[in-house]
Design a protein around this ligand. Structure first.
Ligand SMILES: O=c1[nH]cc([C@@H]2O[C@H](COP(=O)(O)OP(=O)(O)OP(=O)(O)O)[C@@H](O)[C@H]2O)c(=O)[nH]1
Length: 624
């Protein structure tokens, strides 16, 4: 007699994973109090049945491959190594055939009419994998315990009408042999010999017995380094896991007495074969390992991809292609247009194709939809301004990253010379630098503006002030999104004087411009203060100065809308925000709750946070 709870309780505290999408298996295991995660296996059930001497070997091998696939995937995809992975596979055998799940109604009919009036066997193969990842290696050690259970089922004689009625119920489609004994399919059955749950998809009784053997005290599998199988048979050590289809036909996957084709198939109540293997899986040879390697390569090459984008943008490749009569050009023509070498241009264009920035048919290059969307310099959502800023300003800063990390300082001076005030001395001192910086801010505001402006219901407010709003692009988006709102754009005089460059052709006269320094000058009165991409540039100390000025200017009921990249609360992402922080000066990237706390200390509460899935998120806080 197996005592269920003591066996199940042996698994307490272990990460147990059911590598199955079957709702029945989930239910059977949940019902006995097992705590586990479900990670359905991606292993395709396509093993060549002819390679197996017996149906149960096929079911066991499939179960094993299902479980192994999950055991290997989890450390990479789920970033955790399970302790135990359970896989199962149920098949029906009749007339020497193995029946799995029907592919369509006709298939279900073929299966069920074959079963009608006869006894058949249901085999469920089970694999229990005990996993252990060797530290700092790409090896997963896996002890595999596998077994199977057979149950005999006899169907009554079934008329075609009954069969079709049953098939049309939809029940057969996800069930081995085309029936569900636990539901309507139970009506087709005359008798069952053996474990009923085995037919439903999981031989619970044997599973618990095996667990009892695995987790029994000294001399058991996990405690004894000789690793005898629960039945005392020796452990096989097998080389790196091979795709099962390539294992030699009928290769012994079980230790213990061989069951032979039909003569010696154990009865439902006998204890069945158990085998235990140690698998050393070289992870980089698996699908998941390959995925990890390609992620690594992507990271190593990331800077090259960025520079290709920057260079193609700077050389106006996307504009040149768009301006051609047919929208397509050969490399020689592009080279002529951008005044570059043919060979260099060809390499650049080919690299652009590989990155999805261009497409090529024969010798002709054209823009992709993504490039047309974001890379044409006059497109409404053009990111060209920001791309040029990354190329001219961020790239040089990143070339000094190592020193920046060592010294804990910004490398602006090393890259561009001495500055005392970043904005006034660096960004706004020379006309072309100022214009480039403003174009960068403009493109971010254009791309994210609508999502930020519509993040919250602002219909009860009449006036807004966009502090440090640069070109006014965000202010125009707010005016567009809120017909009752007038927006004042407040920024340094040297910024305001450039506003003509960025004035939209359909400029709304509800947007006005006021020059001033938000740290020094009086702020315009408004119901809503917008701080889009401002606070991350400043230390907490400076943020407090600014927020206290806003708080003083506010009447009760006014609000502050902060729009930034919000870090995850555990500061593990998004990488866009964390990467940007590496080249920042005195500011810092913050999470939504950090912004909320800063605002709260100035009387702005009741935060609503909006993750826009665009370049900037938003938080709205109201004065009490
Ligand atoms: O009487 C019943 N017989 C069989 C079942 C269910 O049939 C399927 C068998 O398919 P398989 O073993 O391949 O498992 P899947 O469902 O595809 O899930 P995996 O993710 O584990 O591959 C199984 O769901 C049985 O429960 C039945 O319900 N009644």
């Amino acid at each position: 007699m197996v005592l269920m709870n003591p066996v199940i309780s042996k698994l307490t505290g272990k990460l147990v994973v059911l590598a199955s999408a079957s709702p029945r298996r989930l239910e059977i295991l949940t019902n006995v109090g097992l705590r586990f995660e479900v990670v359905p296996s991606w292993f395709k059930e396509t093993l060549d049945k002819r390679l197996f001497k017996t149906p149960h070997e096929y079911a066991v091998e499939t179960a094993k491959q299902k479980a192994l696939e999950v055991a290997k995937r989890m450390p990479f995809k789920h970033l955790k190594t399970p302790d135990i992975v359970i896989g199962a596979d149920t098949v029906v055998t009749v007339d020497g055939l193995i029946l799995e799940k029907p592919v369509d109604k006709q298939d279900a009919y073929r299966m069920l009419s074959r079963l009608s009036g006869k006894e058949h066997s249901v085999f469920t193969g089970v694999a229990i994998i005990l996993c252990h990842e060797k530290e700092d290696t790409f090896q997963l050690n896996a002890f595999i315990i596998d077994f199977y259970e057979e149950t005999k089922v006899k169907f009554a004689d079934l008329s075609d009408d009954l069969l079709w009625e049953y098939i049309n119920s939809g029940e057969p489609m996800d069930k081995a042999g085309g029936y569900g004994i636990q539901a309507l399919g139970g009506m087709l059955v005359e008798y069952v010999h053996g474990d009923f749950l085995n037919v439903v998809g999981f031989p619970l009784n044997q599973f618990c017995k095996k667990l009892g053997l695995i987790f029994s005290p000294p001399g058991s599998l996990t405690h004894n380094s000789t690793q005898n199988s629960p039945q005392g048979s020796p452990v096989d050590t097998v080389p790196p896991a091979e795709p099962a289809a390539s294992s030699p036909p009928g290769s012994p996957t079980h230790n213990g007495p061989p069951d032979s084709q039909g003569q010696n198939i154990p009865s439902a109540s006998t204890a069945h074969n158990v085998s235990t293997h140690v698998n050393n899986v070289r992870e980089h040879e698996t699908e998941d390992g390959k995925e990890k390697l390609s992620k690594m390569i992507e990271l190593m090459d990331g800077f090259k991809a960025s520079k290709v984008l920057f260079t193609a943008s700077k050389l106006r490749v996307f504009d040149v292609l768009r301006s051609s009569k047919t929208g397509e050009l050969q490399a020689e023509d592009v080279a002529q247009e951008i005044k570059a070498s043919i060979m260099g241009t060809e390499r650049l264009l080919e690299a652009c194709v590989s990155l999805g920035l261009l497409q090529r048919t024969g010798k002709e290059y054209t823009n992709t939809a993504m490039s047309r969307h974001f890379l044409l310099s006059d497109g409404p959502l053009s990111l060209q301004g920001y791309i040029q800023h990354c190329n001219e300003l961020v790239w040089p800063l990143f070339t000094h990253l190592e020193t920046a990390v060592r010294e804990g300082t910004n490398q602006h001076e090393k890259a561009f010379g001495k500055t005392s005030n970043l904005f006034q001395d660096a960004y706004y001192s020379r006309h072309e630098v100022k214009l480039r910086f403003m174009k960068a801010m403009h493109s971010i505001a254009k791309v994210s503006g609508r999502d930020v402006a519509t993040a919250f219901d602002l219909s009860k407010y009449k006036t807004a002030c966009d502090l440090g709003g640069c070109t006014g692009a965000m202010a125009y988006e707010f005016a567009k999104a809120h017909p009752g709102l007038s927006v004042t754009m407040f920024d340094l005089p040297e910024v305001i004087e450039m506003r003509g460059h960025f004035r939209p052709h359909d400029a709304d006269d509800r947007v006005s411009f006021v020059a001033g320094d938000f740290f020094k000058d009086e702020l315009p009165k408004a119901d809503v203060y917008i701080l889009a991409r401002i606070l991350h540039d400043w230390s907490d100390e400076k943020v407090h100065i600014l927020l206290s000025k806003i708080a003083k200017a506010c009447n009760p009921g006014c609000c502050v809308l902060v729009s930034e990249i919000f870090l995850d609360e555990d500061r593990k992402g998004p990488s866009r925000g964390l990467l940007q922080a590496l080249s920042m000066t005195e500011g810092r990237q913050r999470s939504a709750s950090e912004y909320s706390l800063l605002l709260k200390s100035h009387g702005f509460t009741a935060a609503q946070v909006k993750h826009t899935h665009n370049l900037l998120d938003a938080i709205l806080c109201v004065t009490e």
